[in-house]
Write a protein that binds this ligand. Structure first.
Ligand code: 13P
Ligand code: ZN
Length: 275
């Protein structure tokens, strides 16, 4: 391990990736190689750590992302276990620069034992494009296999309106944390351009997109922001799974008026399509 590599492991963006993947694995969300993270980083953040002209190899993209040309990302590798990121960040993570034609990425660091960036790169990159349109400060996309959100997609109505309303009702903070609600896609084969395009379309107006029987995508301005958002939805889904299967059933919940009062008190506007 060279001096430069030692230093880059101490970089805040690498430490953030180590911490978040470890937390997701400990939460039981990311079994085996489940889940992936991508984090948009600025050239200035990188230049103290890496020779940006030294390209290890070029990796072609099946979907062009011209809008992200010359942008840098740290991403998890495909098939890499979140359990192992802290032990070997240089094998499990990758720092890439999108080529100026948007047709490939240049690998600058990581994937030391070979491999590619996450197979969900189409969904990540297209979602970054959608979220950057909505929010200049957007930086992070996380995909994870949140246990209770997945469970809920087997027993709950899959309309975005009904699903969102239930999540809002399960924990008082939910409508404040994600007033725009959650989007849901139909079940689809993961890793494809199609699921990427549909996820990104939902990301134009939402920061949370549920993939039924698979997991969730969350967006944020930082790793903490994206993780906190997913954590909040997952907690609400956990409460739902506890109460929905309770022998006595649900006896009371947060009412629509109470949701409106909450939103007013915290100066947020709940998605009018969902309430
Ligand atoms: P990768 O290992 O390619 O990131 O895929 C994991 C996953 O969760 C697919 O949806
Ligand atoms: Zn997945």
């Amino acid at each position: 391990m060279g001096k430069q590599t030692k230093q880059i492991i101490q970089a805040p963006f690498v430490q953030d990736m180590i911490e978040v993947t470890q937390n997701m694995w400990r939460n039981g969300w990311d079994e085996r190689n489940g889940g992936n993270v991508s984090y948009l980083i600025e050239e200035q953040q990188l230049q103290n750590y890496l020779d940006l002209n030294h390209v290890k190899r070029s990796i072609p993209l099946a979907f062009p992302v011209k809008t992200l040309a010359n942008r840098y990302f740290i991403v998890t590798g495909s098939g890499k276990y979140f359990k192992n990121v802290a032990k070997d960040p240089e094998d499990t993570l990758a720092i890439v620069k999108v080529a100026s034609d948007g047709q490939s990425v240049d690998l600058l660091w990581g994937l030391s034992n070979g491999g590619n960036p996450t197979s969900e790169l189409p969904s990540h990159f297209m979602s970054h494009i959608a979220r950057l349109e909505a929010d200049d400060n957007h930086r992070v996309i996380i995909h994870t296999h949140t246990t209770n959100v997945i469970a809920m997609t087997f027993v709950h109505d899959l309309s975005a309106k009904a699903f969102t309303k239930t999540l809002w009702q399960m924990c008082t903070e939910c409508v404040v944390v994600f007033p725009e609600g959650v989007a849901l896609l139909p079940w689809m084969v993961p890793g494809t351009d199609k699921i990427g395009m549909e996820t990104a379309q939902s990301m134009e107006t939402h920061r949370l997109v549920v993939w039924p029987h698979h997991g969730i995508f969350g967006a944020g301005e930082s790793i903490d922001d994206a993780f906190g958002l997913i954590e909040t939805a997952e907690k609400a889904a956990q409460v739902y799974m506890l109460v929905a299967s309770h022998q006595g059933g649900i006896k009371q919940t947060i009412t629509d008026q109470e949701l409106i009062d909450l939103a007013e008190a915290f100066h947020v506007t709940p998605n009018p399509n969902y309430i």
